[in-house]
Design a protein around this ligand. Structure first.
Ligand code: ADP
Ligand code: MG
Length: 152
């Protein structure tokens, strides 16, 4: 499926649509989603839409400098949206240097813990065969404020 958006807000709306689609088939997780795209494509903007869907209170910031952030999902949201996710985990691996640092951020654990939905910006920093269970979302520049979002 391909979506064209013309503003950050539209990208957030598409994010909500896609996340609904993903969790309608797997209500519990763990789920691992990779956000692929150049700098400024809109990966973090997309995450903001995801965070709005899960109603996590804290503002989503680009975690480039902290590598990861974990947001607790409330029981209210679980009931309202009919799912069983407990934690939204957001990682940005742009600055990750090697596999050792990947161990340090406990990527494997976050990826496999029940109740987790993990979103990773720059997943290609992870070695190739670890990506087999990744749901990929691609975001491409398509003009000034225009973006193409590809999700299969
Ligand atoms: P990334 O995390 O991929 O590096 P960000 O989401 O941090 O990208 O930044 C995307 C930038 O592009 C923001 O400054 C945002 O305002 C701008 N932008 C312009 N049009 C769009 C669009 N259609 N979708 C998402 N972001 C857009
Ligand atoms: Mg980003």
């Amino acid at each position: 499926m391909e979506y064209i958006t013309n503003s950050p807000n539209e990208t957030k709306k598409v994010a909500e649509e896609i996340i609904k689609d993903i969790i309608s088939g797997q209500k519990k997780g763990p789920i691992f989603v990779g956000l692929v795209g150049d700098l400024g494509a809109g990966k973090t903007t997309f995450m903001k839409g995801v965070a709005e869907f899960f109603e996590v209170q804290e503002t989503i910031l680009s975690p480039t400098f902290v590598i990861q952030k974990i947001y607790e999902i409330t029981e209210e949201n679980r009931q309202k949206e009919n799912h069983e996710f407990k934690r939204l985990v957001h990682m940005d691996l742009y600055r990750l240097e090697d596999e050792k640092s990947l161990e340090a951020i406990k990527w494997e654990e976050y990826k496999s813990e029940e109740g987790n939905i993990l979103f990773v910006e720059w997943p290609n920093q992870i070695w190739q065969n670890a990506l087999t269970d990744m749901i990929e979302i691609k975001i491409e520049h398509a003009g000034e404020d225009r973006r193409k979002i590809i999700f299969n």
